[in-house]
Ligand binder design. Structure first.
Ligand code: GAP
Length: 453
């Protein structure tokens, strides 16, 4: 096996994602829509947990950041000013033999001859720029004036609304504007499951500052973002910081880091943290003719702020979480025989379901009634799952497989039938260690809330 890639592991992850309802191919029953994915019942919970935690630490827990939610359909002038209409493209090559469309960097070169990675043919076109934006038409007229674009990044609406938000929020520099939302890119070759999609979500922060603070804030935000990934359960050893070299950096950026993760298909970018200088605001100021200056009350100076941008992908973070969590170990079955257990070791904060609730027997009215009472108690605090079917060991396994960190079993001791002191207590099982502890029902919500927060 190649130490850097593990195709088998990736295949198993993709198959689990479908089998357990994390991620499905979009429009699957019609043959699939390439580069588009639908999140199922568990995937949507995982995705929401990622976005909610990002919003919590970036917006709610800070005094210097406010949020916004901009439109997806974007005025062409915005994307002309930002440089996307002219330059947001990948070099593309066509194979005349098998008709494959390739990104130029996918073409293989053997002994000076360019070859198609698909069919091995060498009859390839020259590379030409292919704009990655999706263009659409607004309204009934079908002429130049009706062109609009699906945004290729969420950042531009933040720059365009900078002045409005500055006025209403009355923030002083440095301060940030955060946004989570869909972005669209007509990727030439979407691949590696959700990693490179045509429709995806971004979590972007534009942190405005004075020019002299830019480089320091770049390093500050890199550290904050690394902490974020660790706090959602991605180990530091699998995260890598790449300092983007001058020749790969956007011409306006004075410094960019890529935060990379060791996916089973190789080390790839999760997030970019870039010091974009005052380029974006200056471009929009020039193109719109509206001032995007900041007035410093103390120094009485007016200037266009600089910006540091941590820009993360929601879908890539979800994929990294699933890849990180996917594991197997050995656990005893109902008869005590050891068997392989598939377990998603999600951090409790990210797990789609926080707690499984299991009456020992489904045909015992008292056990079922008690279990339903616990469902009612916990539901207000977290996403729970009630399961009464099959042997208890099987029910644990089903939850292990989707990463549920806790399981509560309601047994005859809960009813006080064996030992009055144990009345109204339950077994609380932890997914990774499989340890079990006896906990009073009245303490359950508090104990679990503390462990998943
Ligand atoms: N505003 C800056 C910007 O958009 P980017 O590096 O092009 O920078 C930022 O994108 C992040 O968005 C990436 O690090 C990645 O997580 C995510 N992203 C970009 N293209 C993507 C795609 N085709 N599919 C999934 N996620 C993508």
């Amino acid at each position: 096996m190649d130490s850097k890639t593990d195709a088998q592991r990736m295949e198993k992850i993709v198959s689990l994602c479908k089998r357990r309802g994390f991620i499905f191919q979009s429009s699957e029953i019609y043959g699939g829509l390439s580069g588009c994915w639908d999140y199922g019942p568990l995937g949507v919970e995982l995705k929401r947990n990622v976005k909610n935690y990002w919003w919590r630490v970036i917006v709610h827990e800070r005094d210097d950041v406010v949020g916004m939610d901009g439109a997806i359909l974007t005025h062409p002038e915005v994307l002309k000013a930002s440089g996307h209409v002219e330059g947001f493209s990948d070099p593309m090559v066509d194979c005349r033999t098998c008709k494959a469309r390739l990104r130029a960097d996918q073409v293989i070169e053997k002994k000076g001859v360019r070859q198609c990675p698909n069919c091995g043919g060498s009859d390839l076109t020259e590379a030409r720029p292919f704009n990655l934006m999706f263009q659409t038409q607004m309204g009934a007229a079908a002429d130049e004036s009706s062109i609009a674009y699906l945004r290729p990044e969420t950042a531009q609406s933040i720059f365009v609304q900078f002045k409005n938000i500055l006025e209403v929020s009355r923030k002083k520099l440095p301060f940030g504007i955060a946004q989570i939302g869909k972005a669209f890119r007509n990727e030439i070759n979407p691949r590696n499951f959700t990693f490179r999609s045509r429709e995806f979500e971004q979590m972007e922060l534009e942190y405005f500052c004075r020019a002299e603070e830019g480089m320091t804030l770049l390093d500050y935000w890199l550290e904050e973002r690394l902490k974020f990934y660790e706090n959602i359960g991605i180990s530091r050893d699998r995260l890598h910081v790449k300092t983007v070299p001058d020749e790969e950096r956007a011409f306006y950026s004075k410094g960019t880091y890529d935060i990379e993760f060791d996916f089973p298909f190789g080390r790839q970018e999760l997030e970019g943290v870039a010091y974009r200088t005052d380029y974006d605001l200056l471009q929009h100021q020039k193109a719109s003719g509206k001032s995007l200056e900041y007035f410093d009350e103390e120094t009485k100076q007016r200037f266009v702020p600089h910006v540091v941008e941590p820009s993360a992908g929601v879908d890539r973070t979800v994929l990294a979480l699933i890849c990180e969590a996917y594991s197997t170990d050995e656990a005893p079955d109902e008869k005590g025989k050891m068997e392989t257990r598939l377990v998603l070791r999600f951090h409790p904060r990210m797990a789609p379901i926080k707690c499984g609730i299991f009456p020992l027997l489904k045909n015992n009215d008292q056990l079922v009634a008690k279990a339903k009472e616990i469902v009612g108690l916990l539901r207000a605090h977290m996403n729970i799952f009630y399961d009464e079917s099959g042997a208890i060991g099987r029910r644990y396994r089903r939850q292990d497989e989707v990463g549920t960190p806790f399981g509560v079993t309601i047994d005859f001791e809960t009813l006080g039938e064996r030992d009055a002191a144990l009345r109204d207590t339950v077994t609380l099982r932890e997914r990774d260690s499989m340890n079990q502890e006896r906990v009073a029902i009245k303490d359950l919500a508090g104990i679990l809330s503390a462990r998943i927060s």
